[in-house]
Design a protein around this ligand. Structure first.
Ligand code: PMV
Length: 352
């Protein structure tokens, strides 16, 4: 294999995403039991830069990792294990020295799942390194497909953060070219209202989760409701395609909330059972529904695998929603932590 660039530096910034239809349950090497749909966000971002050096005489990967300016042995071990588990996907890796530096735009302690942004940023950097080493990809689509595939191997939801807007990962009859191996963008097909959708992230508890999502996925094997769950999720993706094409915010919100509660219901019915919601998660959900009725506010909640609430609404309601969040919902957050985020355009290359 001819190596074109022997050393260099690449950098990407990549956002987190919030799932509308949840990925919960997997098989094989990080393949999803059902298709999932998500919005890529804008403000919750990881910046990652990688200095690389290629030496065909090197026999083993050399790696160092710094998070927010300081060595981070825990993350470094995670990245090493990602590379060694997937060595078939990185046949050149033992000849490399990688120096990785990463930081988040949001406080690490906010309890926001950072694996989607961090692992997509790293996967995009690896794609750029491959591009530099081997003379480029055929086109942008091939590059992003490769990056999404590499991101998926680290964290399923990260596969979706490689694109902006509405993204689908997992085979669905409703989404052209969808695949279990990588995510695809589905933007052209949706009403404008969803291209600027808002997401207020209410931090209810910033502590470490008691159960990791990788354990949660494992508990779906043999789960009594697993098959029905996958059936419902597949239907939701199909229904959402039409709903999002027509711009029906109410129908969208109904599925959004159902998905969040189904996810947490599955956790509660796992063996062993676990609960990630906190009392204030439920308090906020209750108030969101109440205000929707009394104020005719078209906002809807969702949750990822944790206690924090994502509150979603159209851009035209942003002023009213932000005021209500600050006045009514903030007291139920931890230290008034709310991130007003929105659907974003996806990752950006900082340096190649
Ligand atoms: O990507 P993982 O393995 O951390 O799993 C993500 C699971 C959820 O956030 C709960 C749902 C999703 O589709 O993002």
């Amino acid at each position: 294999m001819k190596i074109e660039a022997k050393s260099g530096s690449v950098a990407w910034k990549s956002p987190s995403n919030i799932a509308i239809v949840k990925y919960w349950g997997k098989y094989g090497n990080q393949l999803p039991a059902n298709p999932s749909l998500s919005f890529t966000l804008s403000k919750s971002i990881t910046f990652t830069s990688v200095d690389f050096d290629v030496d065909p005489k090197r026999k083993e990967l050399e790696l160092d990792f710094a998070f927010e300016g300081a060595p981070a042995p825990k993350f470094e071990t995670k990245i090493r294990s990602y590379f060694s588990k997937n060595s078939a996907d990185f046949p050149y890796l033992n000849h490399l020295k990688l120096s990785i530096a990463s930081e988040n735009s949001f406080p690490h302690s906010a309890g926001i799942a950072s694996s989607a942004s961090s692992m997509s940023a790293l996967a995009l950097c690896m794609g750029s390194i491959e591009s530099r080493m081997f003379g480029g990809f055929a086109d942008k689509k091939q590059f992003r497909t490769r990056a999404s595939h590499l991101a998926r191997l680290a964290s399923g939801s990260a596969a979706r953060s490689v694109y902006g807007g509405l993204v689908c990962w997992g085979e669905s009859e409703a989404v052209a070219d969808s695949s279990n191996y990588y995510a695809v963008p589905v933007n052209e097909e949706i009403d404008e209202v969803f291209t600027t959708f808002q997401d207020a992230i209410l931090i209810v508890d910033s502590g470490q989760k008691s159960v990791s999502s990788s354990l949660g996925h494992k508990l779906m094997v043999g789960h009594p409701y697993a098959e029905m769950r996958y059936f419902v999720a597949r239907n939701h993706v199909e229904q959402l395609k039409e709903i999002m094409q027509s711009g029906d915010v109410k129908a969208f919100g109904k599925i959004l909330e159902n998905e969040a509660l189904a996810l947490h219901g599955l956790m509660m019915n796992s063996d062993p059972s676990f609960i990630l919601m906190k009392p204030n998660t439920l308090k906020i959900i209750e108030l969101v529904r109440q205000i929707r009725e009394t104020e005719k506010m078209p906002w809807y909640f969702t949750l990822d695998a944790g206690p924090n609430v994502h509150l979603m609404y159209p851009l035209e309601e942003a002023n009213r929603a932000e005021k209500l969040v600050k006045e009514v919902l903030m007291p139920f957050t931890e230290n008034n932590q709310v991130i007003f985020d929105h659907v974003g355009k996806g990752p950006e290359m900082i340096k190649e």
